[in-house]
Design a protein around this ligand. Sequence first.
Ligand code: TNX
Length: 511
Amino acid sequence: MKIKTSLIVGVFTALLSQMSCSTKTPTDLTKTSFIPQPVSVTATGNSFKVKNSTVIYVQEKLQQTGQYLATEINEITGFSPDVRTIDKEPTRGIYLTLSDRDIELGEEGYELTIDKKQITITANNAGGCFYGIQTLLQTMPIKANSDELLEIPTGLIRDIPEYAYRGAMLDVVRHFFGVEDVKRYIDFLAAYKMNVLHFHLTDDQGWRIEIKSWPNLTTHGGSTQVGGGVGGYYTQEQYSDIVKYALERNITIIPEIDMPGHTNAALASYAELNCDGKATELYTGIEVGFSTLCTDKEITYQFIDDVIRELSALTPGPYIHIGGDESLVTKTEDYIPFINRLQEIVVSHGKKVIGWDEIANAKLVENATVQFWNHVKNATRGAEQGAKVIMSPASKAYLDMKYDSTTHLGLNWAGYVEVDIGYNWDLASFILGISKDNILGIEVPLWSETVTNINEIEYMVFPRLPGYAEIGWSAPEARNWDEYKLRLAKHGKRFHAMDIDYYRSALVPWE
Ligand code: TNX
């Protein structure tokens, strides 16, 4: 009899705890696995309920940001929240507001307050608000269960990025990717608070951006890719559409025209750009370092001026990337004056120069930025000239490096980059003598010799991208692999729900 009673009590308790488990409100904000890790998260133990009637209130200048949030909430819940412009603080709902009193938040910081009745995101700029939204979205599932109320734990988050430049590169030359694929890539960056897409638009295998004054660049030069496929290119309208899409997500597009090497597609399209006056054949292999513009012909500089002029007019962001890497068949005595003159052309069109680390061998113009990828000496030379450095060390940050010897895609010339290798390093201690003051931020390039479609992009990008985003956003003291891998594991569910084809690294305890 005694046994029976305790059994009944036991079963009853188990049932009760199961019931309370399935309907339990998530009330501890500090338990959310945010990536990147915010500067501070405080929980207040209650919850905000997102309902069909929830309204998004915005200040005048934040209408578009509010609309973005409404679309995201619609994707998650199926609700269609109203976005209303308001000029004083509401008493309930979600409120996006700009403040100019919180100087500490800088250009991109934000404060997110979640109360029982109201969620408020405050920032100095729309960009900061956008990041507050990204943090808020990480408190919600990618798709909510329709029969469950969406509840968000209450608390306060204050957050400011460590570095101003947090980017990824996409090589659309070796294999071409259409506008929709590029937009999906941009969405990935935005979700993890990255703010730059470096667009590698020209190389030996193709020219991917329409230049109206030199039409053969795309009609001929854009007509193939690695392996001999049909290639492709963006019209100027398509490029502008991508720029706009990125801008709405606080992402700056940095277009790259790689010169004087990596130019076979241009050399094949216009005979006059070659020193011998003969057009080359189109190229579909993956060797590097065999092509060069003819640095002592005047037409070369006319060509560059036209290209940079058209591209600058299409690009609201401050930078043009001039490449400058692996110009193995350009003599040093030609390379240096060429880069010097090229920089002047960029400046004359009102843009700032970025180039791969080799450009530090030339005399850098004011405000030039050097992108370190492989040569420590070049990065140091750049810093000595007063240039800022973007950190993209191939051995840590190349998204086209294989995870391990069994990875079916990617290259391994810089080694294998498992998820922990990609995460476990710090920008400011990577190169002796290059400290935080010299560094603009991080960029992770995805070269596409072996990557042919969006699923393959996803496989190389995930799950490494969130870790790079965290390196750029969160202070090194706040980062540690053993703790990070648990948060990353929780994001596996998000990748899955977003239909991202990610690499299931054995180092991460996926849920
Ligand atoms: C080196 S990184 C290159 C690219 C290749 C890449 C492959 C750099 C500036 N140049 O041309 O695509 O390696 O990993």
